[in-house]
Design a protein around this ligand. Structure first.
Ligand code: NAD
Length: 348
């Protein structure tokens, strides 16, 4: 009669510490390249997935969300919060953890931290969007909002798209100083800017990752020149946007999953039928991406469950035969499946 857990009941758990060791083991640029490829491959089989806008519980200071999806073989979900006021209290704006499970048994096969992994996958996602939408050979990116996500965004753009120069701006210069120090040995040329106008000057790509639970206008229409590609990833819940609506009106808009983006993204400022192209269709050649050198392309990124699924699957594969996880006794799995109570009794 079983007292200890069976191997099936043991679930690999990746802690924050193990996730960081895994990233160092693989190398952060290689990790970004692999993860971008994983996301691209899953976007190419988009139609297979169960899709739903994430389930959000809003308060006036933040949001707590569940993000589920399945490709019919595996199922994944992420728990994630977004609390812009946290940073001033010494807490993360975004924290997350997630689970990957087998559809045939329903048993989890991975339980992982996802605060680090969300920053990595969000950056890989921006890099994928940029790869498919930016003009030819952009070498310089403006990074507006230099908080927790920012370094990841910069490194992914270097690794995946060959970006060489980053122009940094944040309303809080301490954030820019931190970001520049963290990227000092990245091989990127860093230019610290005093205004958002200076940051976007000459940049072929603009990435905004600011946090404020408000309709902000980080960029106004007159600031944005023709031909740029914008990744607007900071506006990701109702009442929280970054761009003036005139920029959205002037851009070709690309999104992950329209039913979610129309609630959460820059698109919430526009009419419900404002044109938006799904990025998976660009990746598979079903829809056109950028069509002219002068066009402004806007990736209105809010973060979708399939990106987390891709990230969890990648991590699950990469931890095999490594010391970067522990097995935890997560599933009650009695020898006789009907004798759950007997298992409890014997444990006494
Ligand atoms: P953070 O709080 O660590 O950093 C945000 C930074 O934005 C801060 O340094 C702040 O000073 C700066 N900022 C605020 N207003 C600004 C302005 N007007 N101009 C310039 N800078 C400004 O937050 P984070 O973890 O880096 O996340 C940034 C945003 O990205 C959040 O809103 C978060 O919800 C969002 N996010 C989106 C995704 C996605 O998939 N799209 C994933 C993760 C996080």
């Amino acid at each position: 009669m079983k007292l200890a857990a069976s191997p099936l009941a043991m679930v690999p758990f990746v802690s924050v510490d193990h996730m960081m060791q895994l990233v160092h083991h693989i190398g952060i640029e290689a990790f970004m390249i692999d993860l971008a490829a994983e996301i691209e491959a899953d976007f190419a089989r988009w139609e297979l997935f169960d899709k739903t806008p994430r389930v959000a519980s809003h308060s006036n200071i933040g949001v707590i969300e569940l993000m589920p999806t399945s490709d019919q073989t595996q199922y994944g979900f992420k728990y994630v919060n977004g609390h812009p006021k946290n940073m001033k209290e010494g807490l993360q704006t975004v924290t997350a953890f997630g689970v990957l499970a087998n559809v045939d048994t329903g048993y989890p096969v991975l339980f992982s931290e996802m605060t680090m992994l969300t920053a990595l996958r969000t950056a890989a996602m921006s890099a994928v969007a940029t790869k498919h939408l930016a003009g030819p050979n952009p070498r310089s990116m403006a990074m507006i909002g230099n908080g927790a996500q920012s370094e990841f965004q910069c490194i992914a753009q270097k690794a995946v798209n060959g970006i060489e120069t980053i122009r940094l701006y944040d309303v809080d210069s301490a954030a820019t100083t931190k970001c520049a120090a963290n990227l000092a040995d990245s091989g990127l040329e860093l230019i610290i800017c005093d205004t958002p106008e200076a940051a976007i000057e000459g940049a072929g790509i603009i990435t905004t990752a600011t946090a404020d639970k408000n309709m902000q206008t980080i960029l106004t229409d007159n600031m944005v020149g023709s031909g740029v590609h914008i990744n607007a990833i900071g506006g990701d819940c109702p009442g929280k946007t970054e761009l003036h609506r005139d920029i959205v009106a002037r851009s070709s808009v690309f999104v992950e999953y329209p039913p979610q983006t129309r609630i959460e993204g820059e698109l919430q400022q526009m009419d419900p039928d404002h044109p938006a192209t799904e990025l998976w269709q660009v990746i598979t050649g079903k829809a056109k991406g950028r069509q002219s050198a002068n066009e402004i392309t806007l990736f209105d990124g809010v973060g979708f469950a399939i990106e987390d699924f891709s990230a969890l699957r990648y991590v699950h594969r990469k931890i095999q035969n490594t010391p970067y996880y522990i097995d935890i006794d997560l599933i009650a799995d009695p020898d006789d499946p009907r004798d759950l109570f007997g298992m409890l009794k014997r444990a006494g």
